[in-house]
Design a protein around this ligand. Structure first.
Ligand code: PRT
Ligand code: ZN
Length: 225
């Protein structure tokens, strides 16, 4: 990995990986990507693509270990790192929502006073209920949140929802949305990039903007002339 190259972190193996790779390719970047790889060097631009777990991306970006990252807005909201959103990327669209059992008597969020709420997003959940002044018991689980109401241990859950199919399958329904989320491009707020890297980053961002506005989806042989 060349140190003078820009570094961009994307999710190694998950829901955002394919869309992120396709997005970078449609911006004209040429690189190999296969599962065992930890990073790829672009052939036609001084950029290294680094593959990591999505939860680690805000940290790597904040510390300057990488210059850019593609991550869900939800991860950023939850982690509270000092990074900034350069642009929304229009994929990985979902929402963090509160859901209750289909047959629950609860009609409005206020009725969840002292409820047991299971989630993998404790910070976002805590912030939401604190703002609404509703005391609740938040219990953290790392996955399969949707099963907890059926097990009789949760009155409600807070989880990501995309199509809503998982909720429906588990006899759950949304009572409130906490926030919308999508994949975003982030950079550090305080990173002191060399002038050379700043120019490269701007070129890349311009390229990404063109893809998003539908102007360019054609690969080019060389991005730097
Ligand atoms: O291993 P690593 O830590 O990198 O990955 P991960 O398992 O933590 O994350 P992953 O790959 O599941 O998701 C990566 C990112 O995709 C999330 O952080 C979101 O930004 C975005 N995303 C978009 C989603 C969804 N849609 C989504 N539907 N992430 C998770 N889900 C789950 C949700 O938790 C629930 O279990 O899918 C289920 C609901 O989906 P629907 O379509 O049935 O509503
Ligand atoms: Zn993760």
């Amino acid at each position: 990995m060349k140190n003078t190259n820009l570094k961009l972190a994307i999710q190694k193996n998950g829901r955002l990986t394919e869309d992120a790779v396709n997005f970078l390719r449609s911006a004209g970047l040429q690189f190999e990507n296969y599962k065992q790889k930890l990073f790829s060097s672009c052939r036609n631009f001084p950029l290294e693509i680094v593959y990591v777990r999505d939860d680690d991306i805000p940290d790597y970006v904040e510390s300057g270990a990488v210059d850019l990252g593609i991550v869900g807005q939800n991860i950023l909201n939850e982690s509270n790192k000092d990074v900034k959103n350069i642009m929304n990327l229009n994929f990985g669209i979902c929402s963090l929502s509160i859901a209750i059992p289909e047959n629950s008597d609860v009609k409005v969020v206020k009725q969840l006073i002292n409820a047991r709420i299971f989630t993998s997003y404790p910070n976002s959940t805590k912030k939401y209920f604190k703002k609404k002044n509703i005391p609740v018991n938040i219990i953290v689980v790392s996955g399969s949140v949707e099963i907890t109401p059926a097990l009789g241990i949760a009155d409600a859950i807070v989880d990501l929802v995309a199509t809503g199919r998982t909720l429906a399958l588990n006899d759950l329904r949304i009572i409130e949305k906490i926030y919308d989320s999508q994949a975003i491009l982030i950079t550090g707020s305080k990173n002191n990039l060399s002038e050379e890297k700043q120019i490269l980053m701007q070129k890349l961002i311009n390229r990404f903007k063109k893809v998003l506005s539908g102007i360019s989806s054609l690969p080019v042989e060389k991005l730097i002339i």
